[in-house]
Design a protein around this ligand. Structure first.
Ligand code: AMP
Length: 411
């Protein structure tokens, strides 16, 4: 049973084809620069096979997906003899608003609900929809599912998701905390409970997803009770180019003083802030860490601000859950940066967090593990995230009837 997972961004299409009998990756790749000059497809057979690049014009998402499907059945580079071998397609969809607390099979109602959420995620939901529409045209009989970034956080209590604005803005405009990276927080918190050998229903886990975007979640008994990203993915932690939490009055001050339009301030906060804005050097932690701690003053400062914010959230989420069994680091930085993990954990011993610095140094590049000292009361784990596998698993559960097709709840 093969399942294709698609993650359609504004100018890219990520894909992975899974054989769900053993959950192995048959092929994967990335279509770059969709609808732009210089588009190309990086494709590989298997999870770690050699990458080869197809330099071809990709005019839009439908064209990109068509070319991916052709690659999958191509004699030389492909892995299937016919597209009939793909039983279903699972899509990552960024925003499901309050309508979706689980993954669902796509029908007209789902499509219209995803369209209703475009206002919340104007950069993400439209390309997600384009991917779904393209598959409907290219493979009309195949079942499709939507797996939402926001769904896992729908369990947050009202006190966590409401902002202290006039209540009308929630009632009328649905302005509230939604949270993102839900698929990753779900996968990682569950895996952390497995690693600790405690039932997921009783585990209190803080998951730190530190990648291009960064968010942190408090997962209590298998449900998200709070998370750092908010109405949009701008709130919370310091990120590569996003500012995370700031005093909202700063926005008004800058807009007035520098006569910036809403689009210009949006651009400043999303694209020119974070560690890029602070250091003036790079948005990539790998650059800022090179030579650390004997790096430039500004690079060190950016790394400090980035790590301090994570520590602050960890402390507050321990308070939110009234305890914590483990902190789980994941995604590009979380899985690969002993430096960030050590700065974050250094002064958390009062709360029971103690890491073994040698183990920390050795745990990266795909190595998973517990990096705590034996006497640590709160364990510190490094866990590899796998959002694509979760999308494939949910899709399989939906088409085989283990999840309700319209709510995603276990049947
Ligand atoms: P992701 O969004 O999970 O793919 O993470 C991408 C980010 O991970 C990049 O922007 C890098 O800054 C970061 N990253 C990847 N490898 C390392 C590393 N070895 N050390 C620090 N950061 C890393």
């Amino acid at each position: 049973m093969n399942i294709l997972v698609l993650n359609c961004g504004s100018s890219s299409i990520k894909y992975q084809l899974f054989d769900m009998r053993n959950k192995s990756v048959l092929a994967k790749g990335l279509v770059h620069r969709v609808g732009m000059n210089g588009s190309k497809i990086d494709h590989r057979k298997g999870d770690k096979g050699d990458k080869f690049t197809v330099n071809e014009e990709v005019i839009d998402h439908k064209d990109g997906i068509k070319k991916v499907l052709n690659l999958l059945i191509c004699k030389e580079k492909g892995v299937l003899s016919s597209l009939d071998e793909i039983k279903a397609v699972g899509h990552r969809v960024v925003h499901g608003g309050e309508k979706f607390a689980g993954s669902v099979l796509i029908d007209e109602d789902v499509l219209s609900a995803v369209r209703d959420c475009i206002g919340f995620a104007p950069l993400h939901n439209p390309p997600n929809l384009k991917g779904i529409e393209a598959v409907t045209e290219l493979m009309p009989t195949v079942k499709q599912s939507a797996v939402f970034d926001t769904a896992f956080h729908q369990t947050m209590p009202q006190k966590a998701y409401l902002y202290a604005l006039p209540y009308m803005f929630y009632e009328k405009e649905k302005i509230r905390r939604y949270g993102f990276h839900g698929t990753s927080h779900r996968f990682v918190s569950k895996r952390a409970a497995e690693m600790l050998k405690i039932p997921y229903e009783r585990a209190k886990i803080i998951t730190c997803h530190l990648g291009n975007g960064c968010s942190i979640a408090a997962v209590d008994g298998g449900v998200s009770v709070d998370t750092s990203m908010g109405h949009t993915p701008l709130e919370g932690l310091v990120m590569g180019t996003r500012c995370g939490d700031i005093d909202p009055a700063i926005i008004l001050f800058i807009m007035k003083k520098y006569e910036l339009s809403p689009n210009e301030i949006d651009n400043l906060l999303n694209k020119h802030s974070g560690v890029q804005g602070l250091s003036g050097e790079s948005n990539d932690l790998r650059d800022l860490e090179e030579g650390w701690p004997n790096r430039s003053e500004k690079a060190n400062m950016a790394l400090d601000v980035y790590s301090y914010r994570i520590r602050k959230y960890i402390g507050s989420y321990m308070a939110v859950m009234n305890g914590c069994n483990a902190i789980a680091f994941t995604a590009g930085v979380g899985e690969n940066s002993p430096i960030v993990r050590s700065i974050v954990c250094k002064e958390l011993d009062f709360l029971g967090v103690k890491i073994d610095y040698d183990l920390n140094e050795k745990t990266w590049r795909g190595v998973e593990g517990d990096i705590s000292t034996p006497d640590a009361k709160v364990r510190t784990l490094v866990v590899g995230t796998n959002e694509e596998l979760v999308i494939a698993e949910d899709t399989l559960d939906l088409i085989q009837g283990r999840l309700h097709p319209k709510t995603g709840k276990p049947v």
